[in-house]
Design a binder for this molecule. Structure first.
Ligand code: ADP
Length: 497
């Protein structure tokens, strides 16, 4: 049997492929960016063929030094919620992929809320009604592309999020894993099946929907006729998960109460809540984390719109720094922010505030405030927002969180992670291998094809690069966190509506 697993990591701005060895180390990787399409303000699309070809190219480059038989299995992880419909006979997409960020169905979502469906949707799917999720995007394509609804009703069209699309291209199977299915607003997260009534309410014919499957099982085998992937012919595609759940799995957060945060453009915090979904009272959403060996693990998820993007704002708009890493040297020039607090509500505030009318604010400025204080306030506001999410999780799940595992571009900042440990009063743990999203998919695939035995073995493959522990006093940190809360209050409900 092969000793390597290929992970396909199809993200929002690029398609990546990484080959992992049995030690969980990276043996090869390749990456191809692809085209973003903005047809009008607030709309975001991708070309589905472009997604597939860029991923195929990345895979073919990543395996170029490997022989047929080296790759034991393939795992897929993907940008979630992005919606594709295609013709099941010709494979031709009926419209561009509507990307998760796209707001075109916001009005339809408002209508669903006015129709009193909030509770109904939340009970079944664990989600809030929002344009972010796939359901209303499918509906938009069926309503707006000429002939699409008739073709769907004749059983000629298939729907898929990106993992479904890639697995269909690779193997011909039409499946979606539970962690992706539960982001459609059509999936019952307890019964693990499509919710027929919600499909009827959204007027989506069930014949377009893929078969929901577990996260670590064989979905199909790679076809022999894919250009550049001939070496993979017959290899099982045997693991899949949406990017955030995949990162949680890749960070080996296998126990209840384990949590991870990804410090990217935005921040995504996910916490393993065990075998039963938890209903959030604090504006978080519930999803399936993974279903492995017949057992379902649920998660609570919260996201912050502006995390690392705040650093980009300081670089590109304020021009206080020339590159992102400089934020750390500048912030290190002062011991604290001198009472300055930044609320980066550039596009409103996400969980747990859900205030689309909030706008950014820089508070507490004095005549002595300088660039370094602002740089420090930038890093602090990222840590404060993640603290908000973690507090909400603690409250909702009613269990203690003992440590936070971290990844993403801004997790290289030691200052940021030290602030995070001080605020949360727990260990913040950065791994040596930071490709946790891709590794999660590889781990799920490797479990099902026998490269790895069990979760214990996978836990042993994760190594901490550095663990940050609280250093400052609790009262000092609590006082600063209270200042943050007051600042959020000032930025709240700012624009007139
Ligand atoms: P995404 O996947 O969301 O596009 P990444 O995980 O690649 O984002 O993270 C990118 C973010 O990381 C950027 O917003 C940038 O500000 C931040 N970043 C990159 N390098 C550093 C650094 N050395 N210190 C702090 N932040 C950084």
């Amino acid at each position: 049997m092969g000793n390597y697993i290929l992970a396909l990591d199809q993200g929002t701005t690029s398609s990546r492929a990484i080959v992992f060895d049995r030690q969980g180390q990276i043996a090869a990787k390749a990456q191809h960016p692809f085209r973003q399409i903005y047809p009008q303000a607030g709309w975001v699309e991708h070309d589905p063929m472009n997604i597939w070809h860029s991923e195929r190219l990345a895979a073919s480059e990543a395996i170029s030094d490997f022989a047929p038989g080296d790759i034991a299995g393939i795992g897929v992880t993907n940008q979630r919620e992005t919606t594709i419909l295609w013709d099941k006979n010709t494979g031709e997409p009926v419209y561009n992929a509507i990307v998760w960020q796209c707001r075109r169905t916001a009005e339809l979502c408002e209508q669903l809320k006015r129709d009193g469906l909030t509770e109904r949707v939340e009970n079944a799917t664990g989600l809030l009604i929002d344009a972010y999720f796939s359901g209303t995007k499918i509906r938009w394509i069926l309503d707006n592309v000429p002939g699409a609804r008739e073709r769907a009703e004749r059983g000629e069209l298939l729907f898929g999020t990106v993992e479904t699309w890639l697995i269909w291209q690779l193997t011909g199977s039409h499946v979606t894993d539970y962690s992706n299915a539960c982001r459609t607003m059509l999936f019952d997260i307890r019964r693990l099946c499509w919710d027929e009534e919600l499909c009827a309410i959204l007027d989506i014919p069930m014949s377009v929907l893929p078969r929901p499957v577990g996260n670590s099982e064989v979905y199909g085998y790679v076809r022999a006729d894919i250009p550049g992937l001939e070496k993979l012919a017959g290899v099982p595609v045997c693991g899949a998960a949406g990017d955030q759940q995949s990162a949680l799995f890749g960070q080996a957060c296998f126990a209840e109460g384990d949590a991870k945060n990804t410090y990217g453009t935005g921040c995504f915090t996910l916490m393993n809540v065990g075998a039963q979904p938890v209903r959030s009272r604090a504006g978080l959403v519930s999803s399936v984390g993974w279903h492995v060996n017949g057992q379902t693990t649920y998660v609570l998820e919260g996201s912050v719109f502006n995390g690392g993007s705040t650093i980009q704002w300081v670089r590109d708009e304020l021009q206080l720094i020339q590159s992102a890493p400089e934020i750390n040297t500048l912030a290190a020039e002062v011991p604290n922010s001198g009472g300055v607090v930044l609320v980066p509500a550039f596009t409103g505030l996400g969980a747990p505030y859900w205030d689309m009318y909030a706008r950014g604010a820089l508070l507490g400025i004095t005549r002595g405030t300088n660039r370094a204080h602002i740089a420090r306030a930038v890093l602090e506001c990222i840590a404060y927002q993640v603290t908000d999410l973690m507090m909400a999780m603690r409250q909702d799940a009613g269990c203690d969180i003992t440590r936070l595992r971290v990844d993403g571009g801004a997790s290289v900042s030691d200052i940021l992670l030290q602030m995070q440990a001080d605020l949360l009063r727990i260990e913040v743990d950065r791994p040596t291998m930071v490709e946790t999203t891709a590794f999660g998919a590889a781990a799920l695939a490797g479990l099902s094809c026998g490269v790895w035995r069990d979760l214990n073995e996978l836990s042993g493959l994760r190594h901490s690069q550095r663990v940050f522990r609280p250093e400052r006093t609790q009262s000092e940190c609590d006082q600063e966190y209270r200042l943050w809360k007051r600042a959020v209050g000032r930025a709240a409900d700012w624009i007139e509506h």
